[in-house]
Design a protein around this ligand. Structure first.
Ligand code: ADP
Ligand code: MG
Length: 270
């Protein structure tokens, strides 16, 4: 079983990165893919959204500084097949300190390598801070595929150029030759406005192969769930947001050939 690493990165905050990281991870886990969610944002929104309490010393800060391993930071969640590497405020310091270390762009990849190689997880999803700083750049260097969450709003396309230029830079520098734009997830789609539809059409025109068919609707339930530490599936399973994230997971599984773990061998017929 190979491990596929996704990073959900872009420089804008409030566009649905964390909501997508958490609920996509939960939907993949629900489909029986052993999944590890990595919270790389010092604000630890993914950590609290999934119902795990922030704990001092429990984040990738240590491992990124050669103290401890990523495996030691993994914690279970309330959800089957879903584990987490939490974040906490310390990670903010990594942003600056990483810049002073050797091979500073490859630190995260090195730290995650043993976890990847252990084949414990089919999928790793990294949730990034809202900036293209050291942590986000490290996640791009560590990932197979970049997923971009794009809010259905005016000027949505503007920010896209910046992150794609960074991807090109990493490739030109041979930091991560294999990185690709895996897909664009349109978030907070508002059915009552023409704007949402126009933005989706615009992105479709520019990136017809990248945009996911599934569009995530704006729904208050998706914004409430994190304050209860629950995924949308645990909070309101029948909500259109839950349906959308399940559909997105299906698309992701198809697009990246993530097959469910093989069922345990059937007992031989007596
Ligand atoms: P980011 O991680 O990019 O900063 P978040 O996922 O934290 O973005 O989303 C920003 C805010 O918008 C949060 O309060 C979140 O609950 C809310 N939100 C995200 N997606 C939706 C949605 N589809 N419908 C309604 N609210 C949403
Ligand atoms: Mg976030």
């Amino acid at each position: 079983m190979a491990t596929t690493v996704f990073t959900i990165a872009n420089q804008k905050g409030g566009v649905g990165k964390t909501t997508t990281a958490v609920n996509l991870a939960a939907a993949l886990a629900e489909k029986k893919l052993p999944t590890l969610l990595v919270d790389l944002d010092p604000q630890a929104n993914a950590t609290s959204s999934i119902g795990v309490e922030k704990t001092a010393g429990k984040s990738l800060y240590g491992p990124l500084h050669n103290e401890g391993t990523a495996a030691e930071m993994i914690t279970g969640t309330a959800y089957e097949n879903l584990s987490l590497i939490p974040a906490e405020e310390d990670l903010a310091a990594a942003e600056m300190e990483l810049a002073q270390s050797e091979n500073y762009l490859l630190r995260l990849r090195g730290v995650l390598e043993p976890v990847r190689a252990s084949d414990r997880y089919r999928v790793i999803i990294i949730d990034c801070p809202p900036a293209l700083g050291m942590l986000s750049m490290n996640s791009l260097a560590a990932a197979n595929h970049l997923l971009i969450a794009l809010q259905c709003e005016y000027m949505a396309l503007e920010g896209l150029g910046q992150i794609l230029r960074n991807v090109d830079r990493l490739k030109a520098a041979h930091i991560n030759d294999n990185l690709d734009l895996g897909g664009v997830v349109m978030t907070m789609f508002d059915m009552r406005t023409n704007l949402s539809r126009q933005v989706v059409d615009e992105v479709k025109k520019h990136l017809p192969d990248k945009i996911f068919k599934t569009v995530i609707p704006r729904t208050v339930r998706l914004s409430e769930a994190p304050s209860f530490g629950k995924t949308i599936f645990a909070y309101d399973n029948a909500n259109p947001g839950a349906t959308a994230y399940r559909q997105l997971a299906k698309e992701v599984i198809d697009r990246f050939n993530l097959k469910a773990a093989p069922a345990p061998a059937a007992a031989s017929a007596a």
